[in-house]
Design a protein around this ligand. Structure first.
Ligand SMILES: [Zn+2]
Ligand SMILES: [Zn+2]
Length: 348
């Protein structure tokens, strides 16, 4: 089998490049990709033709993957051919002030791995040291590849620290919003999910949302949404998983006095928004940004997936060969699919 890699070359432009199977260098691992999973970030990157932190075109593309070690490079210790693994899409430096404080997601030299949409991938040395995790036999590659988005969600939840007696609201039932829903429900926290798409709300209910609300896009929904909170005072916490400024403002507008707001969805670069300072001050709102994940979140995500406590099959809408990547992203854009599993090798 030869190499085949999807390169992002510009906005909505993908090129497949072949060639011989690459060889791992010193400290590196060669992986055969068992499954790569599409994500909301991929769609954003595909539409915009890049990402300010993660990817500059032309570049191999995709970042959620699991597979099998084909061969360890020279001087690699602790990894053998044939082991099933999931790879984190970022590796921190391990020595800066932020890494030392356990904020590896804010590392001054965070390096990203792109190229999940490929038959084979060479994992760089820094990732081999800090970003490769062994899979239990019973966990499939596609489910394991969810470790990355789930790790981001666990980071967000950790920061938000919801209590089991609380009720929150979540805007945006995309892949991330649905993962949030599943984890919160699993922890016994009530979450109301707001999204314009009824089929997504149905999924949210299946994953444990206590209530759902079909909202309109482009106009403020905060008042309508607040009406669903206890005493209509607003929610104990609110989460934006839309990544658009209206979603951020609705999340702020839905929190109760003393409430916490997680602005999880990343807006386009240069986005600014106006906050009601009166509310933030006199109602003691805590507004927090959330970005990416730390190694501890990644391990916790893999453990949660291995436990089988989340119904992740509801999120994996379909499977396609690598050559149909653009159709898969099209399905994501049209919201026909939550996540698509890409199988780069025709025989697995
Ligand atoms: Zn992702
Ligand atoms: Zn660092």
């Amino acid at each position: 089998m030869e190499q085949l890699t999807a390169w992002l070359t510009g906005p909505e432009s993908i090129e497949f490049r072949g060639g011989p199977v690459p060889q791992p260098g010193r400290g590196e691992l060669l992986i055969s990709v068992g499954a790569a999973v599409t994500c909301g970030t991929d769609v954003k990157v595909y539409r915009r033709g890049g990402h300010p932190e993660m990817l500059e075109v032309p570049s191999p593309f995709g970042h959620e993957l699991a597979g099998t070690i084909v061969s360890p490079g020279e001087a690699v210790e602790g990894w053998r051919e044939g082991e099933r693994v999931v790879i984190s899409n970022s590796a921190s430096c391990g020595s800066c002030d932020f890494c030392a404080r356990g904020n590896e997601n804010l590392c001054v030299d965070l390096v990203y791995l792109n190229g999940a949409f490929s038959r084979y991938l060479v994992v760089p040395a820094r990732f081999v040291e800090r970003g490769v995790y062994r899979l239990p036999d019973h966990l499939g590659f596609a489910e394991a590849a969810l470790s990355e988005p789930l790790a981001c969600v666990l980071r967000g939840i950790d920061q938000l620290a919801p209590l089991s007696a609380e009720r929150g609201v979540l805007y945006g039932a995309g892949p991330i919003g649905l993962l949030f829903t599943a984890v919160l429900a699993e922890r016994g926290v009530e979450v109301v999910v707001a999204d314009p798409n009824e089929s997504r709300l149905e999924l949210a209910r299946s994953l444990g949302a206590c209530d759902t609300l079909e909202v309109e896009r482009g106009v403020s929904q905060a008042e309508r949404v607040r009406a669903r909170s206890l005493g209509e005072h607003g929610f104990d916490f609110s989460i934006d998983a839309t990544g658009v400024p209206e979603g951020w403002l609705d999340a702020v507008g839905s929190a109760r006095p003393g409430g916490r707001v997680s602005l999880f969805g990343g807006c386009a670069p240069g986005t600014r928004l106006e906050l009601d300072s009166h509310r933030v001050h006199y109602e003691e709102l805590t507004v927090m940004g959330a970005y990416h994940h730390r190694p501890a979140d990644f391990s916790a995500a893999l453990e949660l997936l291995s436990s089988g406590r989340l119904e992740t099959d509801l999120l994996l809408s379909s499977q396609r060969p690598l050559e149909e990547l653009e159709d898969a992203l099209g399905d994501m854009l049209a919201r026909r699919a939550v996540k698509v599993v890409i199988r780069p090798h025709p025989d697995n």
